[in-house]
Design a protein around this ligand. Structure first.
Ligand code: HEM
Length: 475
């Protein structure tokens, strides 16, 4: 017991202050205690008050140092692969699969990132994806306008799956594609909750079942593609070509896993952030009016009135839209819990972050886990639109800064960041230029500590009257 609570005695230096909690379960129960979305969870709040921004703990059976300090977090991203490397708790590996090459480091990680960027990096988005996003979003909204009240998160999830799945594997039969999309949708991010709640195990069971079934479908598609040797110009082709090279990092299992991970992660993260953004817009009509003004101006400047939102318009004419997206991403704070392990003793700001524990069997891990909690910034919407002056005007609104690390940072920065931003922009563009929306049920979210929906956002949309381009029925 003494050793459990006082890991300092077995270290070469001084660890940050903190408590290791009860033997075995540590402080896991409090770590997962839900709170309101915009609150700092009591686990972090209490410890920040007691110990400061850097403290130690034990979570999910791992000795952990937690940083809530953006300078420290930024420094860790900077020292990725030198002093720190990615190392997620076992449950992540079980859910996303041991064949997920994103859990690897070094050259394997570099290579998989490069392959993925071909599909969802800015070049791929500009050349191919933006067109499909525009078309799918326009059609989805048109359909939803006739349908009546709908769940916005589910609608965004479906539309992403509808155009991205054929880009992953393009020659599936319609019924197989629909089945694969259903499995992608059933594999959601709600599983990261307290291991002591029985409902968590039910969700994990469903997620693992969906994963198994999706993998089976992808496996069959891969087998057929290999046998036929046909080319379809999709992401599966890219990966198979790579797999045939002599020194390829890919085997069948990792190709299947990569297709699965992209299919799953792309829709979940982006749809949650979009739903939260629309919910916030409904409560801030002045922001909506400004947004309509910016997008109205884009329509007016457009020479071909039938044309869709272009890459250039997205890149150069959307200062305010980017601010709205940044604030929505910051408030949803989807990337609030990131894990690293320290590879050597590291001192940041004079505090020892990691000590190498002796391997005497009493320590399950050779190194400490490093949990990063991104700073919760309670920036009020009025601060982005006050007195006609935009506080972020002139800055690069899409880059990582110490106050905006929603997509992580350094070499591990999210590969889907551009994709998510573009999809959110395309959705906003079609919504505010073509429709008025009415919130029927506001979304309710808790933080566990990842955001989790307890009530979905239900809305109604109807075509905007041309005479009132800036009006909104939102409440
Ligand atoms: C609002 C949307 C999103 C948010 C907030 C988000 C957040 C993050 C964060 C914080 C990380 C860093 C993880 C770490 O450092 O340990 C990350 C990594 C990653 N994200 Fe996203 N993400 C989003 C959208 C997407 C999308 C659309 C995709 C796929 C199409 C995606 C795929 C990935 C992958 C594969 C990684 C691992 C990257 C690596 O290890 O190099 N994400 N994401």
């Amino acid at each position: 017991l003494y050793r459990w609570s006082n890991p300092n005695v077995r270290c070469n230096g001084k660890l940050p202050p903190g408590s290791m909690g009860f033997p075995i379960i540590g402080e896991t129960i409090e770590f997962f205690k839900p709170c309101e979305l915009l609150e700092i969870p009591s686990f972090f709040q209490n410890r920040m008050q007691r110990y400061g921004s850097l403290f130690r703990s034990n979570i999910m059976g791992s000795k952990t140092v937690i940083s809530t300090d953006s300078d420290v977090i930024f420094e860790i991203f900077r020292q990725e692969n030198q002093s720190f490397e990615l190392s997620y708790p076992d449950v992540f590996v079980r859910v996303f699969g041991k064949d997920n090459l994103f859990f690897q480091t070094g050259n394997i990680h570099k290579h998989i990132k490069k392959s993925t960027m071909q599909l969802i990096g800015s070049e791929g988005l500009k050349r191919k994806m933006i067109q499909s996003m525009n078309q799918a979003t326009r059609e989805q909204l048109k359909w939803k306008a006739n349908e009546g009240t709908f769940d916005l998160r589910d609608a965004v999830s479906s539309l992403i799956a509808s155009y991205l799945t054929p880009k992953l594997i393009s020659n599936l039969k319609p019924e197989t594609q629909a089945e694969l999309i259903d499995h992608f949708k059933a594999f959601n991010i709600d599983w990261f909750r307290s291991p002591f709640a029985p409902s968590t195990w039910k969700i994990i069971y469903k997620v693992l079942k969906a994963r198994r079934e999706a993998m089976q479908l992808i496996k069959e598609a891969l087998k057929k593609r290999k046998e036929s040797r046909e080319k379809h110009g999709d992401f599966l082709d890219t990966l198979l070509e790579d797999m045939e090279k002599e020194d390829s990092i890919y085997d069948e299992a990792s190709v299947i896993n990569l297709l699965l991970v992209i299919g799953v992660v792309s829709k979940d993260t982006t749809s949650v952030a979009t739903a939260l953004m629309v919910n916030l817009l409904s409560k801030n009509p002045e922001v909506l009016v400004e947004l309509k003004r910016e997008h109205g101006a884009i329509l007016q400047k457009r020479k071909d009135k039938e044309a869709e939102l272009s890459w250039e318009e997205y890149k150069y004419n959307m200062t305010f839209t980017n601010m709205v997206i940044n604030e929505s991403l910051r408030l949803s704070n989807l990337g609030s819990i990131l894990f690293r392990k320290a590879l050597k003793d590291v001192e940041i700001k004079g505090e020892l972050v990691d000590i190498q524990f002796p391997q005497d069997g009493s320590w399950p891990l050779h190194h400490l886990w490093f949990t990063i909690t991104l700073k919760y910034m309670r920036i009020r919407w009025s601060s982005i639109h006050g007195d006609g002056r935009f506080v972020w005007q002139g800055k690069d609104l899409r880059s990582v800064t110490k106050t905006l690390m929603v997509f992580g940072g350094g070499t591990r920065q999210c590969v889907g960041a551009d994709f998510a931003r573009l999809q959110m922009t395309v959705f906003l563009h079609h919504l505010v230029t073509t429709y008025d929306f009415l919130v029927v049920q506001e979304c309710e979210m808790t933080r566990t500590p990842l955001p989790c929906f307890t009530k979905d956002l239900l809305i109604n949309i109807s075509p905007t009257f041309p005479s009132e381009p800036c009006s909104s029925k939102s409440s």
